[in-house]
Design a protein around this ligand. Structure first.
Ligand code: BES
Ligand code: MN
Ligand code: ZN
Length: 425
């Protein structure tokens, strides 16, 4: 083996693979390099380098956590093949001495989020998100309530209605609420932006900006996936998943620039720009969360292009006033190799969303510049006063890199899940 490895210039560099044949010429052993500082995350790159088949880890360095390695392998196996026909079989890793069910459920939830983000808007409209939410709820003995169309006005979700009412009737806006867990447990609210397609509305996006807007329901996909993880693991919490779902469409009934909207909390919002629609629907959803008196609220949203300007596609910014919560998020994000970066809720920029005629407006003044932060400051006006964190996610890999398929990506939810698990243990 060593001779063959040397002959093949196998240096055990991180991600390096050597397929070693047995005497009959078929694959007998795989040497997988982990580099000088072995890290289980490297297993994400392995599946793409293996022929289909069944594998097990025969030997690994001391520091390699087999659970993390198996999860990384599963995450790295992801491919969106809905429209390509089924590919040839993938390699499978038979994990030994680890909690296979747990690894599976986490990988499955991440794949669900990625599938939802990758599925185009013609096949993933509001009804399809509702169906997925109902399925998840049913699988875990949760209740799922959905308020649709004109019902949103009666149930006091005026901003969700205003943003979504321009869509065709079959794609009417809706508010999805999953509730799970016994009354006496602390409540975790997970909120997600569900814009199935963002044309920008009457403030229509240019082509390049609209091209990827099938992913604008990424927050909803992440919220459902995180909720699913929590329920599948039966964490000792009560859970509410709150997902406002709309198509930001253009029609004679579309909200207009300059319109003033009512909101669930009672604050009036001047629509300076119909393309800042995410914060409008989240305003109502966060107000709903606040009514439920949660112990912790997390919202996830593909909210601003500015977040990408600040930190690029791999590093979603998060915002919270709670330093302990931030420290816990940081710690688990690192441990799960699920990176994110804290940004401040900088009070001096708050008046950039003051409106001349309403309580606030959805298009911040240009002088404040920090678009992701001013969006977070907008949400803060509606969020619960108890610990709350907002994540401005991208949910997308703009290019493939080893272990990460191009397209939909699950960001931050593995870290958040681990954080919740510890916080409410
Ligand atoms: N969905 C977009 C934000 C977005 C754009 C996320 C590109 C990821 C990639 C959001 O609804 C939006 O259009 N935001 C505007 C806000 C502005 C009009 C105040 C933006 O970021 O330009
Ligand atoms: Mn928009
Ligand atoms: Zn949007």
């Amino acid at each position: 083996m060593q001779g063959f490895a040397a002959l093949s210039e196998f240096k055990a560099k991180a991600g390096q693979v050597l397929l070693v044949p047995g005497e009959d010429g078929t694959l007998a052993t795989v040497l997988f390099g982990l580099g000088a500082e072995p890290d289980a995350t490297t297993f994400r790159v392995l599946p793409a380098k293996l022929p289909a088949g069944t594998y097990r880890i025969a030997r690994a360095p001391e520091g390699i956590d087999r659970t993390r390695a198996a999860l990384a392998f599963a995450l790295g196996s992801y491919k969106f093949d809905r429209y390509k026909g089924r590919d040839a079989d993938k390699p499978h890793l038979v994990a030994e001495g680890v909690d296979v069910a747990e690894i599976r459920q986490v990988a499955h939830a991440c794949a669900l989020a990625r599938d939802m983000v990758n599925t185009p808007a013609n096949d993933l409209g509001p009804l399809q998100i509702e169906t997925i939410a109902r399925e998840i709820a049913e699988q875990h003995g949760a209740t799922c309530t959905v308020i649709t169309g004109e019902g949103l006005l009666e149930a006091n979700y005026p901003a969700v209605h205003a943003v979504g009412r321009a869509a065709v009737p079959e794609r009417a806006p809706r508010m999805i609420e999953i509730s799970w867990g016994p009354e006496d447990r602390p409540l975790v609210c997970v909120v997600g932006k569900g814009v199935v397609f963002d044309t920008g509305g009457l403030d229509i996006k240019p082509s390049a900006g609209m091209r990827l807007m099938k992913k604008d329901m990424g927050g909803a996909a992440h919220a459902l996936a995180l909720g699913r993880m929590i329920m599948a693991a039966n964490l000792p919490v009560r859970l509410s998943v709150l997902v406002p779902v709309v198509e930001n469409a253009i029609s004679g009934d579309a909200m207009r620039p300059g319109d003033v909207l009512a909101s669930r909390k009672g604050l009036t919002i001047e629509v300076g720009n119909t393309d800042a629609e995410g914060r409008l629907i989240l305003a109502d959803a966060l107000a709903r969360a606040a009514e439920l008196e949660p112990a912790l609220t997390i919202d996830l949203a593909t909210l601003t292009g500015a977040a990408r300007i600040a930190l690029g596609p791999q590093l979603p910014p998060y915002y919270t006033e709670d330093d302990d919560l931030a420290a816990a998020i940081e710690k688990h994000a690192r441990a799960e190799a699920d990176p994110l970066w804290r940004m401040p809720l900088w009070k001096p920029y708050a008046d950039a969303i003051d409106s001349d005629i309403a309580d606030l407006k959805n298009d911040p003044d240009a002088w404040a510049q920090a678009g992701s932060m001013t969006a977070a400051l907008f949400l803060q006006r509606f969020a619960p006063k108890s610990p709350w964190v907002h994540l401005d996610i991208f949910a997308w890999n703009p290019r493939a890199r080893p272990g990460y398929a191009a397209g939909g990506e699950a960001q931050a939810i593995r870290g958040l899940y681990a954080m919740i698990r510890e916080r409410f243990a």
